[in-house]
Design a protein around this ligand. Sequence first.
Ligand code: 13P
Ligand code: SF4
Length: 322
Amino acid sequence: MTITYDDVKHVIPQVEWATFAEDIEAIERLKVEHNAVILAHNYMTPEVFLGVADIRGDSLALAREAQRVDADTIVLAGVHFMAETAKVLNPAKRVLLPDLRSGCSLAESITASDVAALREAHPGVPVVTYVNTSAEVKAASDITCTSGNAVQVIESLGTDKVIMIPDQYLARNIAARTGVEVITHPGACEVHERFTPLDIVQIRHDNPGVTVLAHPECPPEVVAEADYAGSTADMQAYVDRERPSRVALITECSMSDNVAADHPDIDFVRPCNLCPHMKRNTLRAIRTALETGTHEITVDPALAAGARRAIERMLAVPMDPK
Ligand code: 13P
Ligand code: SF4
């Protein structure tokens, strides 16, 4: 069902909505025509997230849902590694990424030969790889993880040491919660590494009573200043559950808009950094992707088999009830 302005009036100014309505209508028509669904990450802008997405969530939810899609075409409103993951998990489907330049600083920080070098330096230590990596790196790993399940994945291995790549900050934040020794790689998210502990001190000073939630891709010194750290879905769940009167989400900019849409009564302080890769998924780019069938994501079947093994092993790890 096509949404109306009433559904999004808390987060989209009326003047902007007028420019979105035509693309939203066209996208809804094209989805039916091509038997397509749109999977959207929590960092999509509200006109995409609330306007045209069929399935929304964090990296873990999108991977799980991609596996179950029945439609012929998946449009991944997110970044390249997410589209690749969808293709690996549901290879019979056509997977489209609206803009091929939607990369990720973490995925670009590491190659399969870096993984081989780490294995050689630390024989026998399992390699846990964040989903924000290429299929080739996943195929060279033992298991993948997301920020939503990293603790459970590491604990499932039952070892006292793991290699956790490529996000040095996520690795250190998760190590602090597990007691497992973690060997890291010097990768970082270009969005979250820019936050500083001083940002949080300033937010608290300027916004008395604020609850601060940080993404674990932030440096550990930032997470230490926050009240809670979790994946984008964990942050959404925290706000839904605890309903703080004032909250700051230390993460990508669109996250606050999308959570705020469900909580018009909560005051969202909006210190944020933009992910330029996520922001390439404009309504116009999604419409063009459906009209022209671009850009179709393919994965070399030999690599896909290795990547699927590592991702499916992750998906089989039991999660604690939230
Ligand atoms: P999650 O949505 O899994 O928390 O990931 C955040 C992110 O930066 C994705 O690129
Ligand atoms: Fe990559 Fe960071 Fe952008 Fe997520 S927010 S896609 S981790 S650069």
